[in-house]
Design a protein around this ligand. Structure first.
Ligand SMILES: Nc1nc2c(ncn2[C@@H]2O[C@H](COP(=O)(O)OP(=O)(O)OP(=O)(O)O)[C@@H](O)[C@H]2O)c(=O)[nH]1
Ligand SMILES: [Mg+2]
Length: 390
């Protein structure tokens, strides 16, 4: 039986939802695309990475890295930032593997996901987190709670900034980077220039640590001349130990980022086996791949009302059998997910199966059921049952 054969016909006429989007308006506003950024994308792009911050300023508790000693450095690094800045794309790019799902919509990631980077004497356990936003619903509050919890007991916090958004934000306030913006004269001035929501985020970060590294992501969309005053500003923010401009999409700056992080990791043995890539199960990763399809292929409030559970995960020689349930909040969302004659579900299931096959390196036999659980995003019992701890 194929995935397509298990799809039930929609019970009702499928219409696009008219309901108000239930995600935070603020986070939604983050997905605006700058026409100018697109237009200027091919001109005068940054040619190579730059690190600001004093590279000789190694934290006091850290002794120099032994070049080929029996013990290298190993530690935990939390990746934090607003929704949609590219945190998950960045972690995947650093690992060279797709672990965390990504999408152009905000609030894609809902859990902490560890991605383990091991190279020679260095092991960095990255923790990808949900985007920090003004959470109202219990689900969103649980997501932000996961992100804040990930700030505890880590060796370094990496704050990811969408540099394109900063440039656009500056322009709106009359500070046009293309006309030259003088470097800030002190930390207070630098702090005033950064995004209001990032200032709020830094308050939370500083509650846990007095040092963090800024990653300015999406430099492939910003001219170098625009980037330089932004770099100088972020470097002057109190607590910032360095600024690394990167593009998680092109891979620019990623090696520099690893080099910038390494001195902050304690000298010691690896935390995980060198072969291990994540602490998450294949079952969880497959559920996420199906949820990713929903984020890519449905609109408005639908992806925000969807949770995925894998009920059966059986590995046989040459094929893995996966039975999954997609939970929605309303019958109308079920209708949308199924689509006319099951067409949408066919698309979702075949997209998910292809990503699963790529990850598992085997054929996948996927069954998908869609079930309604009214208001699951609002109830602590259903949140817990679906894996979103409050
Ligand atoms: N141009 C460009 N786009 C990027 C880059 N990094 C990420 N993106 C895009 O930005 C969007 C958001 O990426 P994600 O990795 O899902 O962002 P996130 O910060 O994990 O988002 P949440 O999980 O919702 O908090 C996707 O469409 C990515 O393809 C980059 O370096 N350059
Ligand atoms: Mg993410």
């Amino acid at each position: 039986m194929s995935a397509e054969q298990t799809i039930e016909a929609p019970e009702e006429q499928v219409t696009e939802p008219q309901a108000e989007v239930e995600v935070d308006a603020e986070a939604n506003a983050e997905v605006e695309v700058s026409a100018e950024a697109e237009a200027g994308a091919d001109e005068d792009l940054l040619e190579g990475p730059i690190v600001l911050g004093d590279p000789d300023e190694v934290p006091e508790h850290v002794s120099p890295l032994p070049p080929h000693g029996p013990q290298g450095r190993a530690g935990m690094v939390t990746i934090i930032g607003q929704p949609n800045v590219g945190k998950s794309t960045l972690m995947n790019a650093l690992l060279g593997e797709k672990l965390a799902i990504t999408s152009p919509k905000p609030q894609t990631t809902r859990d902490q996901i560890r991605g383990i980077y091991t190279k020679e004497d260095t092991q960095i356990v990255f923790v990808d987190t949900p985007g920090i936003h003004e959470a109202r619903s219990p689900l969103n509050r649980a997501m932000v709670g996961q992100a804040i919890e990930a700030l505890e007991q880590v060796d370094l916090v990496v704050v990811v900034i969408d540099v394109e958004k900063v440039r656009d934000g500056w322009k709106k306030t009359g500070m046009d980077p293309s006309r030259g913006v003088p470097a800030p004269t002190n930390a207070e001035e630098a702090e005033r220039r950064i995004y209001r929501r990032d200032r709020k985020l830094l308050r939370r970060v500083r509650h846990h640590t007095d040092k963090f590294l800024f990653v300015l992501n999406k430099i492939d969309n910003v001219r170098k001349t625009h980037l330089l005053p932004i770099l100088a500003t972020y470097a002057a923010v109190e607590g910032c130990v360095g600024v690394v401009p990167v593009s998680a999409i092109t891979g620019d700056g990623l090696d520099t980022l690893v080099e910038a992080i390494a001195p902050y990791l304690p000298v010691g043995p690896r935390l995980y086996d060198a072969e291990l890539l994540t602490d998450r199960s294949l079952r969880f990763l497959c559920a996420e791949l199906l949820r990713e399809q929903v984020f890519h292929k449905t609109r408005q409030e639908v992806p925000y009302g969807v949770a995925v559970q894998i009920e059966v995960f059986e590995e046989h020689p040459g094929v893995t059998h996966i039975q999954s349930v997609v939970w929605v909040e309303r019958a109308s969302q079920r209708g949308i997910l199924l689509g006319k004659g099951g067409a949408m579900m066919k698309e979702l299931a075949s997209g998910a199966r292809a990503s699963m096959e790529l990850m598992l390196e085997t054929k996948v036999f996927l069954e998908v059921l869609v079930r309604v659980e009214p208001r699951w995003t609002e109830r602590l019992d259903t949140l817990r049952r679906l894996g979103y701890e409050g």
